[in-house]
Design a protein. Structure first.
Length: 338
């Protein structure tokens, strides 16, 4: 693909304003806990008691009774500090989660309510660089790339299902999620060389764009009408396409219940070094990328929930080695050229 479709600066949505309010409240609560006068006084008192504790467990001149007196004062003080520290950790986790959601919302590439106009951003051609070989690694295709990445199916549980063009294999792989529901966000591979209205387009074999499921065609779980998430240049809704599962990769649904096959936790967590396909920030196009950091490394304590979306740190191909933080709902397996 020779362009990235970018997003102009847009006003905050009502959802973003709401989550900013939540994030601000969490940060305020965290600040109060850090600056709690009672906790600071407890810490000072405990430090004084610790300094009075006999070194090397040697009894002081006043004998064992003096040590017992210090212990009776020291023990409750240490418990109070432990409780305060645990409360601070919870407040910090809550603040991180809420700010993470806010960041993900601000980076979300599409909002039907806003229908903002996307700008076009040119993408430099791939540099001709000799790949660095790695042992026991199969590269998905033979194009020259700036880095050599591990095989796409080298991820931990749940295991990634290798992308297949065979209709039966696609139906079986996606079976629990079918039929894809109206409004479901997907990565879509538009037909190369032409647009839905018959005009010319700059699509190629690696073009994947953000799209929405409009409907299942004739109740067929394999055939769908999808709509480009990016509005047209005249402000009209995005173009419509009739397609099949061969050209669709369903994205994790942030609104799905935790036990749903569409929930982000049902998707594989790609390890460091894995090849993935991800939505380039502030655009509506997907690109090949390398995983630099996994969600559990960026936020070890967090688990996917209604208020927290796992985040990856990625390095996109042909992007001057820049690293970007991308929400897991925009990261899927690398399908290779269609």
């Amino acid at each position: 693909m020779d362009r990235r479709r970018g997003l102009s600066t847009r006003p905050a949505s009502s959802e973003e304003v709401e989550f900013w309010s939540h994030a601000a409240q969490s940060l305020t609560a965290l600040s109060k806990k850090y600056s709690s006068q009672s906790t600071l006084e407890t810490i000072e008192r405990v430090n004084r008691l610790i300094s009075a504790w006999p070194p090397d467990d040697t009894l002081p001149a006043e004998g064992l009774d003096g040590v017992k007196t210090i212990y009776k004062k020291l023990a409750p003080g240490l418990r109070d500090i432990q409780i305060a520290a645990e409360e601070e950790a919870k407040a910090l986790d809550d603040a991180i989660e809420r700010v993470g959601v806010l960041i993900a919302l601000r980076k979300a590439p599409f909002d039907q309510g806003l229908q903002e106009k996307r700008l076009k951003r040119p993408r430099a051609p791939s540099p001709s660089v000799t790949p660095i070989p790695m042992p026991s690694v199969n590269v998905p295709n033979s194009r020259s790339v700036s880095i050599t990445l591990p095989a796409r199916n080298s991820v931990g549980p749940p295991l990634a299902i290798p992308f297949s063009r065979d209709p039966k294999a696609r139906r079986e792989a996606l079976g629990p999620q079918l039929p894809l529901q109206e409004g479901r966000k997907v990565a879509f591979h538009p037909p190369p060389g032409k647009s839905a209205n018959g005009g010319a387009a700059d699509n190629d074999e690696n073009t994947w764009i953000l799209a929405l499921i409009i409907k299942s065609i004739n109740a067929d779980k394999n055939r769908y009408e999808v709509q480009d998430a990016e509005p047209q240049e005249d402000g009209q809704p995005g173009l419509l396409y009739n397609t099949t599962l061969r050209a669709i990769i369903p994205l994790p649904d942030p609104n799905a219940p935790p036990n749903s096959p569409s929930h982000v936790s049902a998707y594989p967590e790609f390890p460091v070094g894995a090849t993935v396909m991800a939505l380039y920030p502030d655009t509506s196009c997907f690109y090949r990328a390398e995983v630099i950091s996994m969600p559990k490394e960026l936020n070890p304590r967090a688990t996917p929930s209604s208020k927290y979306m796992p985040m990856y740190k990625l390095k996109f191909e042909d992007d001057d080695n820049q690293e970007h933080t991308v929400a897991a709902q925009w990261v899927v397996e690398w399908p290779g050229p269609i």
